[in-house]
Write a protein that binds this ligand. Structure first.
Ligand code: FES
Length: 257
């Protein structure tokens, strides 16, 4: 699969909530080639500080501008370098990388939590155009969830919200909404988020006889299939590389993740 190494100019940065930012960068090759579920490996240099490469799912694409949108959480020194970038600065990007979602579903349900919602946004918008999918958003509280609800608006049909503290939507994890939804006629569930959430979603889908695709997040040193830092075990007990064989897998394909 073709991948590019580009010096992408920062076009816009936006604060989405207390810790989450979005960054739009001009990268026509990536905007043209990226598909939902793929990621890019980014490195920022600002002053004397260099950010180690880190994988970020492609959250959105603006085709007319030839740009991609990346969403990330500012935690620690590494992402602070990213957060300090301003329009006009440059970001070194390798991508698009990995295997994206399979889009064969006639009645898709998207289930996301935390930053896992970023690649799911591109899935909803470009994978299932015309807002064909329904969405479950899970998070800790209203402050964390509100921005995501806004980003998905117009790109999905129905949105179901759950929050740990009950400040918005149904109180509890995504499972509070999912158990009822799995009785409906969705034919495939697409999930990305914290590992315990994805495991619970995959197990519930299996029990309900629904197909499920999971987008895994692993530490990735190279992002290119060369170092095995992202390896996990597949159903046959063989090692697969999340950066190259994934990050999206059918839930039955992977065992230890
Ligand atoms: Fe190096 Fe996947 S990150 S093999």
């Amino acid at each position: 699969m073709k991948k590019s190494i580009v010096q992408a100019k920062v076009y816009k940065v936006q604060q989405l909530n207390a810790t989450v930012r979005s960054m739009e960068v001009i990268a026509p090759e990536l905007a043209a080639e990226g598909v939902p579920g793929q990621f890019v490996n980014v490195r920022a240099v600002k002053g004397n500080t260099t950010l180690l490469r880190r994988p970020l799912g492609i959250a959105d694409v603006c085709v007319p501008r030839g740009s991609i949108i990346l969403i990330y959480r500012v935690i620690g020194e590494g992402t602070k370098v990213l957060a300090d970038l301003k329009p006009g600065d440059y970001l070194d990007i390798v991508g698009p990388l990995g295997r994206g979602f399979e889009l064969e579903s006639a009645k898709p349900l998207i289930v996301g939590g935390g930053l896992g919602l970023a690649p799911l946004l591109m899935l909803a918008k470009f994978g299932f155009g015309n807002g064909r999918a329904d969405l479950v958003i899970g998070g800790r509280c209203a402050e964390e969830i509100t921005c995501w609800e806004g980003l998905f608006r117009g790109n999905v049909q129905q949105t179901f919200i759950t929050s740990d503290d009950g400040s918005v939507g149904e109180k509890g994890t995504v499972m509070a909404a999912l158990e009822k939804l799995l009785q409906k006629d969705y034919d495939c569930v697409y999930t990305c988020g914290p590992v315990p959430m994805m495991r619970a979603v995959a197990a519930a889908c299996e029990k309900a006889g629904k197909k499920c695709q999971v987008s895994l997040e692993k530490y990735m040193a190279c992002g290119l299939g060369a170092c095995l830092s992202c390896a996990c075990e597949n159903a046959e007990g063989k090692r697969v590389k999340v950066c190259q064989d994934g990050p999206v897998f059918w839930s039955w394909e992977v065992k230890e993740w």
